[in-house]
Design a binder for this molecule. Structure first.
Ligand code: TYD
Length: 217
């Protein structure tokens, strides 16, 4: 099973990924992220996030190459072993940051969908830009990257909020980690209760699943 977590910087993707992995059991989960650390494209993109973004066409191409590398070397092999793969950022980051508006994002998705593995579910963590930036500033001592600019994030947040389809779960990530986790767990419980790993996790922590947090579909 393949889960992607996406949203603007500071929305809480990394924390949610870790909490879900803990809950589902470390042995059954591969937690991974994009841009990756181990491809030449991912490394270049991380450098660009600090030093200055690449020209748009090149940036898009690098994210695509990095994703292909990620799918071939990490995601597919783990899925073949029966693991649950959780990716911190995936194709929706490309839509949110490399497209200019929801319409362009839809067109870009149509171009990209043939070359990716589509996640079973993508959690989109929705969070007002001021709250996300505030969390990033506190976490990273005011060291904001080239992507963490108000106009860039406002555009990204609009695109994230526009994503829809049966493989998407849009979650309110503006309140607390527990609230976000509760919503994500409810989605897993509703959509994937026949998956053995999810079923085992549900029976291990019924108290957490009792959380009636709201999920927006
Ligand atoms: P980020 O998750 O912030 O890196 P870190 O783990 O170091 O915090 O990713 C860096 C930036 O890359 C992020 O602000 C969004 C951007 N990005 C895109 O523009 N397109 C993409 O396809 C991906 C995966 C990320």
């Amino acid at each position: 099973m393949f889960i992607a977590i996406d949203g603007i910087d500071g929305a809480g993707k990394t924390t949610l990924g870790k909490r879900l992995a803990e809950m589902l059991g470390a042995n059954d989960v591969v937690l991974t992220k994009e841009p990756t650390d181990n491809s030449k494209w991912g490394q270049r993109l991380r450098k660009a996030a600090v030093e200055g973004r690449l020209p748009p066409d090149q940036e898009l191409e690098y994210f695509r190459q990095d994703r292909q590398h990620h799918i071939c070397n990490t995601i597919s092999p783990a899925l073949e072993k029966g693991k649950i793969v959780i990716s911190d950022r995936y194709v929706d980051s490309t839509l949110a940051f490399q497209a200019q508006n929801p319409n362009e994002a839809n067109k870009l998705f149509e171009n990209l969908v043939g070359e990716i593995l589509v996640p079973d579910v993508t959690f989109i963590l929705l969070c007002p830009v001021e709250i996300g930036l505030d969390r990033v500033r506190k976490r990273d001592n005011d060291n904001l990257t080239q992507f963490e600019k108000v106009d860039v994030l406002n555009r990204a947040e609009k695109i994230y909020a526009s994503r829809k389809g049966e493989n998407y779960a849009l979650i309110d990530a503006s309140i607390s980690v527990e609230e976000t986790l509760g919503q994500a767990i409810n989605v897993l419980k509703i959509k994937f209760s026949s998956n053995e790993i999810i079923k085992r996790a549900i029976s291990r922590c019924d108290d957490v699943f009792a959380n009636e947090a709201r999920a927006i579909y």
